[in-house]
Design a protein. Structure first.
Length: 137
């Protein structure tokens, strides 16, 4: 019973891990494909106003400070967008390498739990046998 539950749990975790890796891979591919269309975006970030609901909570001058910070980050963001396709060639194999490491760790966890249950069962069986022999004496 414990073996079945252990391996069902490991299969569920492996399915969730695989789905997460697949989604991350898809998002990485999509963002790499969209990187060329975002060429003018960093320059526009400094002009974004704060949301109306947030403006009433911000101190005076916060919007101008935020715009200045975003404007100063424009060259960094533009260089990151320029390197996005090159980074994507490294990101996709890294995603699947991390998936493989996680899958191996999940299988190792399942094996470890199986061994733990087997050892616990054998020790309980040995203790029960010892208790029965003591009770007969």
């Amino acid at each position: 019973m414990f073996y079945t539950l252990t391996w069902l749990l490991m299969a569920l975790l492996l399915a969730l891990w695989s789905a997460a890796a697949w989604v991350l891979h898809t998002v990485a591919q999509w963002s790499g494909a969209q990187a060329g269309g975002m060429a003018g975006l960093p320059a526009q970030l400094g002009m974004l106003p704060a949301p109306a609901w947030l403006s009433s909570w911000l101190p005076l001058g916060a919007q101008e400070s935020w715009s200045a910070v975003l404007t100063s980050l424009t060259p960094l963001l533009e260089s990151m967008l320029a390197f996005a396709p090159a980074l994507l060639t490294l990101l996709v194999p890294a995603i699947w390498l991390m998936w493989a490491i996680g899958a191996v760790l999940l299988v190792a966890l399942g094996l470890g739990l199986t061994v733990l249950f087997r050892v616990a069962r054998s020790r309980m069986g040995a203790m029960a046998t010892a208790n029965r022999s003591l009770a007969r004496q």
